[in-house]
Design a binder for this molecule. Structure first.
Ligand code: LRH
Ligand code: MN
Length: 397
């Protein structure tokens, strides 16, 4: 149970905590082995915004929805008006703009790194269109992930692909508006299984730096080899002022896109500790963008999203309990067990009663998951959307 003096810390942290949810988290998705369609799944952008509004009604901390351009704005800038209508009807604003450079046949051998200059041009144009969509929507981030890579040694030139990639990101940076950030996301493998052009934080950092000051690194927690010390990468990126944001999810094996904290909650806690340490040292520095990037193949989509946000709030609140001055004193005097016990006891503190109180004081449901079940929202949307979902066996999201 959190001590009374802890409650202020928890409340202060929760007041600053905001997290973005992905439109694709509400749509029917699957794996290469199958897709288990859900009747209540969102089938169009209107329903994705409606689900996001329901999640925000219940939690109060998700003001923005990440959009994937080809999935959510298939007509590009011509769909901006439609998105703005939904922003005003739901109160949810468009969040990060994610270009799609991984599903069209032209991108078989890559997009920005494709040996064919015409394909690179097409890919760059899509990124530049995404930048313009971001400007038109006043969205802060353009979030770039490339599936680019190869499957066989010797089959592609990794050096020439680096050159093409640097050029494209520099051209993208020139096109950014003054308040826009380009997020460079890395991933070690999948769908490429020999080399991936942006495979780790070092490559993403060098590409961001070469592009310009508005380019930062995005850390997707599912994009690391087993036993990678992710919080150390976060510490380094914070030290370098190069951390732009996170895609939070969880995994047991690879990029499993499971719900945050479902496999290793201590991992997210350790990452949040680095964030709180940065806030403690440099309170003026803006927080990196917190975003969820999950696909809910088995859990109910809205239920999984609410569960994810509640878990993220709990872990962020736990990490806020660490007294940075005391911990620094114990660390620097190498009182190892005392330092570790201070660190661990924060993780083991049950912050849920304080969170319920924080929510109630802000007119929110004390238990958002229970409130979702009581609302009948999922049953209602299943009724409205069931027929469409049965009919449509669409592509990925
Ligand atoms: C790639 C990724 C990327 C998104 C996609 C939905 O694995 O993490 O951030 O574009 O998932
Ligand atoms: Mn991601």
């Amino acid at each position: 149970m959190a001590r009374p003096q802890d409650v202020d810390r928890i409340f202060a942290a929760l007041d600053d905590f905001r997290i973005e949810i992905p439109s694709w988290g509400f749509a029917n998705t699957g794996t290469r082995f199958g897709k288990f369609s859900q009747a209540a799944a969102a089938t169009c952008i209107e329903e994705k915004f409606a689900d996001a509004a329901e999640v925000n009604r219940l939690t109060g901390v998700v003001p923005t929805l990440a959009l994937h351009v080809l999935w959510d704005l298939p007509r590009g800038t011509d769909d901006v008006g439609k998105i703005k209508q939904m922003e005003s009807s739901t109160g949810i604003r468009a969040g990060s703009i994610n270009p799609n450079l991984f599903q069209e046949p032209e991108y078989k051998f890559g997009s920005l790194c494709n040996p064919d200059a015409k394909v690179r041009e097409k890919a760059l144009q899509h990124v530049l269109d995404s930048v313009e969509i971001g400007k038109a929507l006043g969205a802060a981030e353009v979030s770039l992930w490339l599936s680019d890579g190869s499957n066989y040694p010797g089959s592609q030139s990794m050096r020439r692909r680096i050159g093409w990639l640097k050029e494209a990101l520099q051209q993208t940076h020139v096109a950014l508006g003054p308040d826009q950030t380009l997020l460079v996301e890395y991933k070690p493998f999948e769908p490429a299984f020999y080399h991936t052009d942006i495979a780790d934080w070092g490559m993403a950092l060098e590409l961001a730096r070469a592009a310009g000051p508005q380019a930062k690194v995005l850390v997707d927690t599912g994009h690391h080899y087993q036993s990678t010390n992710i919080e150390q990468i976060v510490a380094w990126l914070l030290e370098l002022g190069a951390l732009g944001g996170f895609h939070f999810n969880d995994r047991k094996y690879a990029d499993d896109d499971l719900t945050l904290g479902s496999i290793d909650p201590y991992q997210i806690f350790r990452i949040f500790h680095e964030i709180h340490f940065e806030r403690f040292r440099k309170p003026a520095r803006p927080m990196p963008a917190f975003m969820i990037d999950q696909s809910h193949n088995l859990k109910g989509k809205v239920e999984a999203m609410v569960q994810t946000i509640v878990t993220a709030q709990e872990l962020f609140a736990k990490a806020a309990l660490i007294d940075q001055d005391t911990l620094a004193e114990l660390q620097d005097s190498c009182r190892l067990v005392e330092a570790e016990e201070l660190f661990r006891s924060a993780f083991w503190t049950d912050v849920r009663p304080a969170l319920r109180e924080w929510r109630e004081q802000r007119g929110l449901a004390a238990d958002p998951l229970a409130a979702l079940r009581a609302s009948g929202y999922v049953e209602r949307t299943a009724g409205e959307r069931g027929e469409k979902n049965r009919a449509s066996q669409s592509a990925y999201a």
